[in-house]
Design a protein. Structure first.
Length: 1081
């Protein structure tokens, strides 16, 4: 039996022996990785790709040797190859639960042999269903706020003209689309009770039907301004309504059998709710009185008089969420008094489990690697807990958060109705390996115990309610009695394929202290953290038992200094946390089951006077490495670059989101726009690989891709009730399926991702061709250019129209698929899709090319030519569609329009605008555009006090943390500093800066597969100093702009490659080089 002995004491001896075997033959390879990780723990890739930094200037050969449990497993022999990355393991089949140590040595072009590297390692996880002894378990079978027969009492005052009382309400469609709605209204004819029923018909419509059942005059009752107790009693199909104890109506209806209760209003202040109680069948009784900071409803504001029911926040309804508290599960176990060699905890969550072991948490956060479409794929984590277990009594436990799996709030994208939706569940397996080779397994099953926990409800959008009085002290430690706990339920769990999560966890990476604290009104305090970030806050608090503190996180404050709660597209107020104190002295709490995007936090309910130290911000996102950097002599450029990368990171949580505040959706078009900046700034490979695996899972049998991934079947597909504008192909979004793998290939030399995405990409392009039909490939529907300056232009009329944008992107899809096919050796598909791309180009140019003026023309609704628009000319030029010999004219057209009208492009045109201007002789204009501080510009946001990218150019943008305009960071690195991949994986480091007037210096670095590459320049008195660092086993191609004169002394190791009118080009090997020009004579 294979064991993990080699990861414990025996491993240390093995690694020492392997290290000692490294002959001192010269520098050895360094920075060994497997599947992009320094320490790949618990992977299931059958052929892990190995990489190292070679010590050879020109590597000619390598040899890899792999061992496990002290025995040789595979020796590659001497392989004649210059490759030092993306080398697949090619030995015998790898075994589960096994750590593999490996070394590599190299030979240079002169046959000199390096020493053996220090050992690296990877460890396999559980590889087959038979490896799992664990089953899926869940907490108590409890469902709060879902009553059938009920008595619903509301103590309220009508402050507007009407208020709605909801009961037996259930999420359906985008709202609580199944519900009884009793409206109390002051009409011209007098007060009235209007009994209505909501019904969501489903199908391709998202609309909800509202049918009136009865209208009852309330003669002799004054509603507005008078406090009343309204009682609704529903038993079966009989529904009685009473006001102040007097029955005013009795009707019979059976269309709504069960659900929750709530309120809604169409006014700024429709009513004030003073108290609510519900008794009935199906769920526990409920009662609350206001004022109290512990607002159990999904929205509304609690003031001194009570809960204000207002329109707009949340989207429509203020209800009690139908969900159970997050369950606690635990398992006590005993380990024998034997030496422990290794312990591994394998965890799969349907939702977000927060693991506990012997009194402490396990892992960086409950969110781990994000989420997937759970009916297609479920990811499991592996944790090394060797130091956390001991002989004798131990306890393994978890708190089960809902995550995306158990989300209950109705929303635009139907996540609460996904086919994989369910109550949170856990599959956990702890394996303890002893020094004698034996192993003990603790697996989730019916022997585990469970109870409802202190997290009363949790939502990735809405936030969390936590009652510290209900925390069973010591529940995750040995010796806990567990009174009242019951057997965990064994459940079926999600049906998706169980796979290892080889991806960086979502983790806290930085702490932030607030920069200011303001009391905006008695008892209401607002913290300002100085910038928007994704994460959460830690609350330090003391106070009486039962006191509830509320925390509302938001991107913005109003003119009155109050936090403006985030809302929209989800039927709940967003990012609102409530903590009820245990009263045990100093208490510290932070939410566990989600992240927020915010700058400001509104604190209410605090006993005494809070200080800046009361709240601490924790920045959290996928913990990817920073691999590329930029700096310049212009502080504004540096700040824009920092804002761009900060915003990309704020939106990285196992996939790339649009906004961490509102939707948290994986909008693919957003990601493709900023893909270059991400790939040349961050170690993005593992996150993107995880996310790209979600694309085939989301793809319809027809080949259609939704615009958000992961997705539900109800949004982004033809004929679904989601936004109909995104039915069918939206090529600027779909193209992410091509651009992200292509960027990984360029940055890392990763051909495996091209091969694995190939079938999905083919289905997508073939499907798109059924809509963009030959011979003209026109399609005038769907999303196109987005967020251009000015009012929302959903039809892209100011940038060429929908077809001009989407057909250009269809060409780009086909062209990238052809290129990818060629890279992976599929010549037939390279020819097929190359021909398709050529035909799209022909048709596009036949329709839009203006040969007389050397540019693309914009056509109005009648086919008449209008003046040129920016994106319509930018995209064909960027994609290679322009007729031969005409590129400079198109670039000049773009430059002239930018000079005349300023930046007018949206997300996708802006992605390429600065690169095109720089490449075609307009670097000065590119620099001026990049450093403007008037709207629209990046500098305008920063000058206005913001440190992140916005959703649109104006300050009234919904989201102030949207990453797609972060594409400017790629221009800074590749064009301004000039550091580019001259070949995939930076086998050639290309240094080719486009230097504008007015900037004194710029520099960039990049951690490439070969090692760190650098480029930098400085201009002083008309002379240029250009520096370049080329890592080992790479070549350099250095372009020295001719306008600064001839290079004085050519540095050693650089040779003249060619001379052009624009630059002198040198070839180099590895090393650091400085080129100094003599200036113009």
């Amino acid at each position: 039996m294979r064991t993990l002995l080699a990861s414990g004491t025996a491993a240390m001896a093995l690694l020492a022996a392997m290290a000692a075997s490294a002959r001192d033959d010269g520098p050895a390879p360094t920075r060994l990785t497997a599947e992009y990780a320094d320490a790949a723990l618990g992977i299931d890739e059958p052929a892990p790709r190995l990489a190292w930094h070679s010590p050879a200037k020109r590597q000619a050969a390598y040899q890899i040797r792999v061992r496990a449990e002290g025995k040789p497993v595979w020796d590659s022999g001497k392989v004649a190859s210059a490759d030092n990355a993306q080398i697949p393991y090619a030995g015998p089949a790898l075994a589960a639960r096994t750590r593999y140590s490996w070394q590599v040595r190299t030979w240079d072009a002169d046959g000199r042999e390096s020493g053996w590297s220090r050992p690296g390692w990877w460890e396999m996880g559980l590889l087959a269903p038979a490896d799992w002894a664990a089953g899926w378990i869940a907490g108590p079978a409890r469902r709060d706020h879902d009553w059938s027969d009920l008595r619903f009492e509301s103590d309220l005052t009508l402050t507007g003209s009407s208020v709605d009382l909801l009961f037996r309400a259930r999420a359906a469609g985008k709202t609580y689309g199944e519900a009884y709605v009793w409206t109390l209204a002051e009409e011209k004819a007098g007060p009235v009770l209007i009994a209505r029923v909501r019904h969501y018909p489903g199908g391709s419509s998202s609309g909800v039907k509202l049918t009136e059942l009865k209208r009852v005059p309330l003669t002799g009752i004054t509603l507005k301004g008078v406090r009343h107790k309204v009682t609704i009693t529903a038993r079966g199909s009989d529904i009685a309504t009473a006001i102040d104890g007097k029955q005013v109506d009795l009707l019979t209806d059976q269309s709504q059998p069960h659900g929750t209760i709530g309120f809604s209003s169409r006014e700024a202040a429709g009513a004030t709710i003073h108290a609510v109680s519900v008794t009935g069948t199906g769920s526990p009784a409920f009662a609350t009185r206001f004022p109290a900071n512990d607002n159990p409803f999904v929205g509304g504001t609690v003031e001194a008089q009570g809960l204000t029911v207002a329109a707009g926040v949340p989207n429509i309804d203020i209800v009690l969420p139908i969900e159970a508290p997050a369950p606690l599960v635990r398992k006590a176990f005993t380990l024998p008094a034997k030496k422990i060699a290794a312990a591994r905890l394998y965890v799969a969550g349907a939702g977000w489990p927060r693991m506990h072991l012997n009194g402490g948490t396990v892992g960086a956060s409950a969110m781990a690697s994000g989420f997937t479409a759970y009916d297609k794929r479920v990811l499991y984590q592996t944790y090394d807990v060797t130091d956390r277990v001991r002989a004798g009594q131990n306890v393994l436990g978890a708190e089960l958060g809902r995550g995306w799996y158990g989300l209950t709030d109705p929303n635009e994208w139907y996540f609460d109705q996904a086919p994989w939706h369910g109550e949170p569940a856990l599959k956990a397996q702890l394996e303890v390996t002893f020094a004698d080779g034996s192993r003990q397994t603790i697996a989730s099953d019916a022997s585990w115990r469970t109870v409802s926990g202190p997290t009363r409800n949790d939502s990735v959008h809405r936030g969390e309610r936590y009652d510290a009085r209900l925390l069973p002290t010591g529940w995750d430690k040995p010796g806990f009695a567990g009174k009242g706990w019951t057997a965990a339920r064994q459940v079926e769990g999600p049906k998706g394929l169980l796979q290892a999560a080889n991806v960086e966890p979502i983790a806290p990476v930085e702490q932030l202290a607030p920069v200011s604290l303001t009391q905006v009104k008695p008892g209401v305090w607002v913290y300002d953290f100085g910038r928007i970030f994704s994460g959460w806050t830690t609350l330090d608090v003391r106070g009486p038992r039962g006191t509830t503190v509320s925390l509302v996180a938001s991107e913005r404050i109003g003119d009155d200094g109050m936090v403006v709660p985030a809302s929209g597209l989800i039927d709940a107020q967003l990012q609102t946390d409530r903590y009820t104190l245990a009263g045990s002295g100093a208490e510290r709490w932070e939410p566990s089951f989600g992240y927020r995007g915010f700058r400001y936090v509104e604190l209410r309910g605090y006993s005494g006077t809070p200080t800046l130290a009361t709240l601490t911000g924790k920045v959290a996102h996928s913990a990817v490495a920073r691999t590329g950097n930029f700096t310049s002599a212009n502080p504004l450029l540096n700040e824009i670059d920092q804002a761009a990368i900060r915003t990309i990171l704020n939106n990285m949580h196992g996939y790339q989101t649009d906004t961490p505040t509102y939707e948290k959706n994986g909008w693919t078009g957003d990601a493709q726009a900023s893909a270059g900046a991400a790939a040349r700034s961050l170690g993005i490979a593992r996150v993107w690989t995880k996310w790209l695996n979600d694309y085939p899972d989301a793809q319809a049998p027809s080949g259609e891709l939704p615009e958000i991934v992961p997705a539900t079947p109800f949004y982004g597909y033809e004929g679904t009730p989601g936004w109909s504008f995104v039915w069918g192909p939206s090529t600027p979004w779909d193209v992410a399926a091509m651009i992200l793998p292509w960027e990984l290939y360029q940055a890392e030399g990763d051909t495996r991702i091209l091969a694995r995405m190939h079938a999905m990409q083919k289905r997508l392009v073939d499907y798109t061709a059924t809509v963009f039909k030959a011979p003209d490939y026109r399609h005038d529907r769907g999303l196109s250019e987005w967020s251009a300056p000015g009012p929302l232009d959903i039809f892209a009329t100011n940038n060429g129209g929908i077809d001009a944008i989407t057909t250009a992107y269809f060409f780009h899809e086909a062209d990238l698929l052809a290129k990818s096919s060629a890279v992976i050796g599929n010549t037939a598909d390279a020819d097929r899709y190359g021909a398709l791309a050529a035909d799209i180009r022909r048709a596009y140019n036949a329709r839009y090319w203006d040969a007389a003026n050397g540019r693309y023309r914009t056509l109005d609704d009648k086919g008449a030519t209008k003046g040129p628009t920016q994106s319509q000319n930018i995209l064909p030029l960027a994609f290679g569609m322009v007729p031969e010999g005409q590129a400079q004219k198109v670039a000049d057209t773009i430059a002239a329009d930018v000079e005349a009208r300023g930046l007018r492009a949206g997300v996708f045109g802006t992605r390429y605008l600065l690169e095109i201007l720089s490449d075609y002789g307009h670097a000065d204009l590119a620099y001026r555009v990049a450093t403007r501080t008037e709207e629209p510009s990046w500098g305008f946001w920063l000058k206005s006090g913001h440190k992140t990218m916005f959703e649109s150019w104006g300050l009234n943008a919904r989201s102030r943390d949207h990453h797609y305009f972060g594409s400017i960071a790629d221009w800074m690195r590749q064009r301004l500093a000039g550091l580019r991949p001259g070949a995939p994986g930076y086998r050639i480091v290309l240094v080719r800066p486009e230097i504008p007037q007015g900037l004194a210096s710029a520099a960039a670095t990049m951690a490439t597969p070969q090692g760190e590459a650098k480029a930098g320049w400085q201009v002083e008195n008309g002379r240029l100093t250009l520096t370049a660092t080329v890592p080992m086993n790479a070549a350099g191609e250095i372009w020295v702009p001719a306008r600064f004169g001839m290079v004085g002394a050519v540095p050693h190791g650089a040779t003249l490659l060619r001379q052009t009118d624009a630059a002198t080009v040198y070839a180099t090997g590895p090393g650091s080089f400085t080129f100094v020009t003599e200036g113009r004579k």
